[in-house]
Every structure is written in C-alpha cells, then in structure tokens.
Design a protein around this ligand. Structure first.
Ligand SMILES: [Zn+2]
Ligand SMILES: [Zn+2]
Length: 266
C-alpha cells in the first residue's frame, strides 16, 4: 500500500498538510485560503472531492483560515475536539454544526482508511492537539505548535516512522531579534513554540531507528532559516555522538509553497 504526504504550507502564515492513499485523503489543518488549497491539490493531481475530512489542531488563524469556505463550498467535515470546536465557533459563526465531528482525545477513530488519534500538547490555545495516524504498518505523527514535549506527547513522537515536528525558532535569532519582550517570552514559554535546539535535543535523545522521514515544520519567518534548523539538528546529534540514520530522509518544510510529494510504501 502507498501513502502520499505533502505539506502545502507550513509556518505562522499558514499550515496545511495532506495525507492520502490511492482512494482518499485528509487534510491536517487548513490555515491558508481554500482557493490555495484547491489549487495546490490540483497541481498534485488530487481533487478536493477526494478529501474526506480536515483534522484541526487548534484555533489559531494560521491553522483555520480556509475552514469556512471548505466546509461551506466543499462540505468537507472537520474533525476536532469539542473545546477546539467551541473556540473556532466563537471566532467564526459562518461554520455550521453540520460539518463538525467532535473527537475525544487519545481515542482512535477511523477516517479515509487511516486510524487516527489526537493527543494533547501544551500551546497557548484551548486544547491544542497533535495527530498520530496509522496507515497500514506506518505510524505518522504531525505536531506543529507546542511549547514543550510533555510526558503525554513524547510517546507519539518517539514512535513515528514519519514525523512532522515543529522547529520554530533559532534561540539566538529570537533573543537578539526585534520582537517585543512579551512576544519573545510567549514564544519561548512552555505554552509557546519549540525552538531548533529543543526539537533537535529531543530527537537526538529519542531517535527511533524506524524513523524514515523527518520534516521540520512551522519555521518562523523572522527568527529562523531552513539552514539554521538543519544545522542545529546536525550539530546537536554530533555533539551527543549520535549518528543520524542514513536511511532517514530530512525535509525542512517550505513556509509558503508545497513540498514535493513524499511517498511512503509499506
Ligand atoms: Zn501555528
Ligand atoms: Zn498556534
């Protein structure tokens, strides 16, 4: 069995990820316009009509921007926790209850041939989650907004064969950059975002030999560069004397453009 993954957009100006098999697909977040989502999918030869649902991590606009139109025009259901749904509804009354499928946390459900579980993470939005998705024997974890990796989220990240994880900011760039003090504090807090060093250290200490794809996600435009994120990862592994598996493909997700489709085979 074959699965395709594509990041349509990743970062504070919009997050949207596609995961599909030969029949159907799902989106994880819809933080760019519905028009862009349709256009990017079409470029990959995927019809929006084959998207069976949108998994939503939290209510920040860079994750929900396209929801209203996708539900209204394309009638795609939204899968998210009750609290996330309430918080989205309080921002946009144009999304109706018809399209909502509330899901409990840490309980498996099935959609488009995938077994899916939402797990809680620490972030400054109500009940933010990451998603752990089983596709055949492959385990995919997508976790893009979190201030730290806690005991609950860690196992889902460690287990993945295919991991999309936040590497939001370079610690030094954030420190010396021109963001106001309160914003720097917010980003660095336990409920903010993961820095390059934080992500790299966790990965180095918990690397799983079965990890075949690692995607660094949600990079800051002002406080990070793809080069810095990658360099930090390599440096931390080297400092700890941990070899990075040659079989693991690393991708830094582009902030504004779709990545090449990554194919996962059983
Ligand atoms: Zn975000
Ligand atoms: Zn967020």
């Amino acid at each position: 069995m074959k699965f395709n993954f594509c990041s349509l957009s990743s970062g504070s100006s919009g997050n949207c990820y596609y995961l599909g098999n030969e029949f159907h697909g799902i989106l994880i977040d819809a933080g760019i316009s519905a028009g862009s989502i349709r256009k990017f999918l079409k470029l990959m030869g995927i019809s929006i009509n084959s998207v069976m649902g949108i998994l939503v991590t939290h209510n920040h606009s860079d994750h929900v921007k396209g929801l209203e139109v996708l539900t209204r025009k394309n009638h795609i259901p939204i899968y998210t926790s009750e609290k996330v749904w309430e918080s989205i509804l309080s921002q946009s009354h144009r999304i109706t209850n018809d399209c909502i499928r509330t899901i409990p946390l840490q309980q498996k459900f099935y959609l488009a041939g995938f077994e899916i579980e939402a797990f809680p993470v620490y972030h400054d939005a109500p009940e933010t989650v990451g998603f752990h998705i089983c596709a055949g024997s492959k385990k995919i974890t997508i976790v893009t907004d979190l201030g730290h990796i806690c005991k609950t989220s860690a196992p889902y990240i460690k287990e993945a064969n295919f991991l999309v994880i936040e590497s939001n900011y370079d610690e030094q760039m954030l420190q010396t950059g021109n963001y106001p003090y309160f914003l720097k504090k917010r980003i660095q807090s336990d409920n903010g975002h993961l820095g390059n060093h934080q992500t790299s250290t966790f990965l180095a200490e918990n690397i799983n030999k079965e990890l075949s794809h690692l995607c660094l996600a949600h990079l800051s435009n002002n406080n990070n560069t793809p080069g810095k994120a990658l360099q930090t990862l390599q440096q931390v592994f080297m400092d700890k004397g941990i070899p990075f598996s040659e079989n693991c493909q690393i991708t830094v997700l582009n902030r504004n453009l779709p990545t090449n489709v990554i194919c996962l085979e059983e």
